[in-house]
Write a protein that binds this ligand. Structure first.
Ligand code: G3P
Length: 215
């Protein structure tokens, strides 16, 4: 399973990249706005680290505008995946961009039928937002289960990128269901590493080591 960071913070990305557990990065307009920096500059810095998959979202809402923006974004670096929203215009734009060889991440997906459409137009990734479904009293993980089943039924190559992840149990459940990717905030990825028994165990080992006679 691939683990992505859902952030536009180069500091956070560099930290996890150096740990060696990071497979990619997803950004969105909200995350980019938080950084207060130029979008393209941030994208170039992330790509320069060597991150192999970096999703950058279009903000146009019409097909022609999305295609034009997508073409510009993919020129920035070969690691760029163009993120396109799940609308009729977005589906048409995805078909065009995918037909040209651009890898598209279809975002803002909240139903299995929307995911089916994303696969049909050739999206490389589909991004179901599970945390936002949970917020609406609907189990987001049920959506992941349905999408994984549908894609397996028809052998669609589109990868399921679980987004709007809020805690480590989301990652665990997504992995058990066979989702391809989970993208998460920095804090959630940190929690994947940590366990209080690891810290306690290490402290005890180091304390006991002090009692071992040294040469
Ligand atoms: O990048 C899209 C998605 O992961 C956003 O998550 O927490 O704003 O619902 P959230």
């Amino acid at each position: 399973m691939k683990l992505f960071l859902d952030t536009a913070s180069v500091t956070e990305i560099r930290t996890m990249w150096n740990v060696g557990i990071l497979d990619g990065v997803t950004t969105n307009p909200t995350l980019v706005a938080k950084e207060g920096r130029k979008f393209e500059e941030v994208l170039r810095e992330i790509c320069a680290l060597g991150v192999p998959s970096v999703s950058a979202e279009v903000v146009a809402t019409d097909t022609a505008g999305m295609v034009a923006e997508g073409r510009r974004l993919r020129e920035i670096h070969p690691s760029i995946y163009v993120k396109v929203p799940m609308t009729s215009a977005g589906l048409a734009a995805t078909r065009t961009l995918a037909g040209e060889g651009t890898r598209v991440n279809m975002t803002l997906v909240f139903s299995a039928n929307q995911a089916l459409l994303a696969a049909k137009v050739g999206a490389a990734y589909v991004s179901p937002f599970i945390g936002r479904l949970d917020d609406q009293s609907q189990d987001g993980m049920d959506l992941i289960r349905d999408i994984v089943t549908i894609y397996r039924n028809y052998r669609y190559p589109t990868q399921v990128l679980v987004a709007s992840v809020r805690h480590p149990v989301h990652v665990l459940e997504a992995a058990k269901l066979g989702a391809d990717i989970a993208t998460m905030p920095f804090g959630v990825m940190e929690k994947l590493v940590q366990h209080p028994l690891t810290d306690l165990g290490l402290a005890r080992f180091l304390k006991d080591w002090e009692k071992v006679p040294k040469a």
